[in-house]
Design a protein around this ligand. Structure first.
Ligand SMILES: Cc1cc2nc3c(=O)[nH]c(=O)nc-3n(C[C@H](O)[C@H](O)[C@H](O)COP(=O)(O)O)c2cc1C
Length: 198
């Protein structure tokens, strides 16, 4: 059976660095027989977390459901049915974008944190799916995990989605023109990451 790969794009732009890199990763996955789907966060109705923690009160391995009604539940069900995720965001103000962060905060039902307990505990250590993490920045790419919170945010998100990172793509020097073409080496790396997900 072919692997299913779902990409979450946290960029505000179509055709920008993140969108282009994610497209090539998915092309690579399809070359190896995977089925792919891209979710653009700009097109989703995702409310802000309200810190009510209702999703964290019931014990057990099953993720807690959010009390709000929007596009989140459908998105999570699609990811739970997938074998791999690609998580992509530009670095804005030293972290992932606000829309990506808004999604992150809505994923806390992955942990159990009843009132009276000081800190959340992950509900399970199982991570049945793979993840590729992608970020882009004006600064050189090697600085993304060193000087920004984006790598950590993407890793944390993968964990809350039950996914284990198998590859990372940090694309630096991506802001000297409005639409930056991906360097050939980056394109090759992106395609190879896609192969890993199939
Ligand atoms: C509001 C804003 C904040 C940004 N903050 C940073 C930053 O802190 N560090 C950095 O290296 N680049 C920063 N950038 C540059 C973006 O990372 C770069 O334009 C982006 O990676 C391009 O991705 P996209 O083509 O998918 O939009 C910022 C850009 C904007 C518009």
């Amino acid at each position: 059976m072919s692997a299913k790969v779902v990409a979450i794009v946290g960029s505000y732009r179509r055709g920008g660095t993140i969108d282009s890199a994610v497209k090539i990763i998915l092309e690579g996955a399809r070359e190896r027989g995977a089925q792919t789907h891209t979710v653009y966060l700009t097109e989703q109705h995702i409310e802000f977390c309200r810190n009510c923690r209702e999703c964290m009160q019931t014990p057990g391995e099953q993720r807690g459901k959010c009390a709000q009604t929007d596009d989140l539940e459908t998105m999570l069900q699609e990811i739970e049915a997938a074998d791999a995720v690609v998580l992509g965001s530009p670095v804005n103000c030293y972290n992932v974008t606000a829309i990506f962060r808004r999604l992150m905060e809505r994923l806390v039902g992955a942990a159990y944190w009843p009132w009276g307990q000081n800190a959340p505990r992950p509900r399970t250590k199982r991570r049945p799916r793979k993840a590729v993490l992608v970020a882009s920045s004006a600064m050189p790419g090697f600085l993304i995990p060193l000087a920004t919170g984006a790598a950590r945010a993407l890793r944390l998100t993968a964990g809350m989605l039950g996914a284990k990172p198998v590859g990372r793509l940090w694309i630096g020097l991506a802001a000297s023109e409005p639409y930056h073409p991906l360097p050939p080496r980056t394109r090759v790396r992106a395609r190879r990451l896609g192969w890993k997900l199939a």
